[in-house]
Write a protein of this length. Sequence first.
Length: 260
Amino acid sequence: MKLVLKLSVALLLCTIGLSPSHSADPKPDAVVKNKSIEARIFLDDKLKADTALAADCLAEGRKWLDKNAAEAAAARKQDPQFFKDGGRDFERKYSIRSLVADRYVSVMRNDYMDTHGAHPNSDVNTILWDKADGKRISIRPFFTETADNGPTMKAMVKAVIASLKIEKKKRDTSETATEEWFKSVEPSLLKIGAVTLAPSTEAGKSSGLTFHYPPYAVGPYAEGEYVAFVPWETLKPYLTAEGARIFGGSRPKGDADEPQ
């Protein structure tokens, strides 16, 4: 009788879209849960294998949790009517995109945010980690110069916009491939977009740079995220010796179609 009852409850939960057990779900690496907010941090298994990188990401993630928890608590105190159906919902996931020359790790940082607005929102950012020095770096070491409005950054912007136009054509959204939507892509390391080292068909190498844009960055919300790819050959005239060492090969088939 008890077995029948348990099976009936499990069937009911599945029918209404709930799981009778969350044991199969990945366990958050950090969480904040109260009346104002439920927020979670996840690190993928590959990332957790690197102790220093995992600690760095988790420390950043915890600060993000605390910041949003404080803001949610203040908002609930001021406007409790917006929390009558529950608190805000936040999630951040860190995942490794590529490992180049057994040293440079590109990490994706994907955020989900539901603050009870018109719709949930998302954000994307990246981290470039130097395993040898155990710290975050930029792409500067791979280029002879990266000055704002300099030749390297201008070449990058030109290539990024060309790639975005191709992506928009694929999605049949060419009407938004305009200067107005691309104005946020500026010839500056801090303003060109979140960057990763793209994987390559050649082991240990990177096939170029991928730039990642969240909804609203280079198109309306409905168009979602965009990824622009710049092949290393385009940037060859601007590479340092280290840049020339780590770049090579081509973008693996299917990389453009996979979630970045």
